[in-house]
Ligand binder design. Structure first.
Ligand code: F6P
Length: 331
């Protein structure tokens, strides 16, 4: 039986926005089922903020979200919406929410999504709650964003395969992973796949230092190596770095592999399904308790609400000690 005291919310809107991430469907399912459990209706909003402005709404119930827990992508679809960045766009969105009788909004996405949600809340007083869904893991207020675990596992699987061919041909591979301004995927996958070097936007190793590392390992008998490069580093990612290295050091035959959007697809891992389920339920219950303009996260295995303003403005940075460990292990 529902035990949480409802402060008056009768209908919630839910949308996914920005880059999709495995586990977003699990979060949608959790939002819809938790709402139903507490006697609240849910409007699914399609295409993120684009659909919010256009009024692309559809009522969802507990059965509408059957068999989506293990599916990648987002059944609500997603977009990056320029109009919502302007006050006029947000006013039109608010009109749609009123027209559909929506009392509160849950947005699943990353920092761009939360910036829009925070403005909507400030300008129109709408209770909003963010759920962090992004493969990049670059959101303050949660240890892990939904999708990060699945994406890193995908990267590790791909790099293990690249290693087979790198070893067979004695080659040096530069593997580019996603993370425009965040090195979480590069760092975790780099450690798990045994990269010789990991190039992060937050801590870019110099070309000379990288060459020294490659030379030392080659002298100690390594015949092939893998460098993991986060996109956005070196002003051009893996291709730019490979060029800079080979201009000065040509001991290895070199190849570049850009993993790209395959990192965003696939069935969510167990971990992502669980955190998405937990966050989805707590997002609904937080709204019921009267929380607003905040994001649900999980820190040290406990559900935590962080003001959206902090989630947007404060940094979540990779653990530098993991970088040190990666360097020790790459000799
Ligand atoms: O969702 C985050 C992310 O995957 C980043 O890592 C990447 O830089 C960006 O999205 C790519 O966005 P798009 O799919 O719009 O090209």
């Amino acid at each position: 039986m529902p035990s949480t005291h409802n402060t008056g919310i009768r209908r919630i809107g839910v949308l996914t926005s920005g880059g999709d991430a495995p586990g977003m469907n699990a979060a949608i399912r959790a939002v819809v089922r938790a709402a139903a459990f507490h006697g609240i209706e849910v409007e699914g909003i399609f295409q993120g903020y684009t659909g919010l402005i256009a009024g692309d709404f559809k009522r969802l119930n507990e059965r509408s979200v059957a068999r989506i827990l293990g599916r990648g992508g987002t059944i609500l679809k997603s977009s990056r919406c320029r109009d919502f960045m302007e006050p006029e766009g947000r006013t039109r969105a608010m009109e749609q929410l009123r027209r559909h009788g929506v009392d509160a909004l849950i947005t699943i996405g990353g920092d761009g999504t939360f910036t829009g949600a925070h403005k909507l809340s400030e300008e129109h007083g709408l209770p909003v709650m963010g759920i962090p869904g992004s493969i990049d893991n670059d959101i303050f207020g949660t240890d892990h964003t939904i999708g990060f675990d699945t994406a890193t596992n995908t990267v590790v699987d791909a790099v293990d395969k690249i290693r087979d061919t790198a070893t067979s041909h004695n080659r040096l591979f530069f593997v580019e992973v996603m993370g425009r301004s965040s090195g979480f995927i590069a760092l975790k996958a780099g450690i798990a796949a045994g990269a010789i070097a990991i190039i992060l936007p937050e801590d870019e190793m110099s070309v000379d230092e990288l060459i020294e590392t490659l030379k030392a390992s080659e002298e100690s008998g390594k015949s092939s190596s893998i460098v993991i490069v986060a996109e956005g580093t070196r002003g051009g990612g893996a291709y730019a770095l490979a060029r800079q290295v080979t201009e000065k050091y040509s001991e290895y035959e070199t190849r570049v592999s850009v993993l790209g959007h395959l990192q965003r697809g696939g069935a969510p891992s167990c971990y992502d399904r669980v955190i998405a389920s937990r966050m989805g339920v707590s997002a609904v219950e937080g709204l019921i308790q009267g929380r607003k303009d905040c994001m649900i996260g999980i820190i040290n295995d406990r559900e935590t609400y962080t003001p959206l303003e902090d989630a947007i403005s404060r940094d979540h940075l990779p653990n530098r000690d993991e970088l040190r460990i990666a360097r020790i292990l790459s000799i």
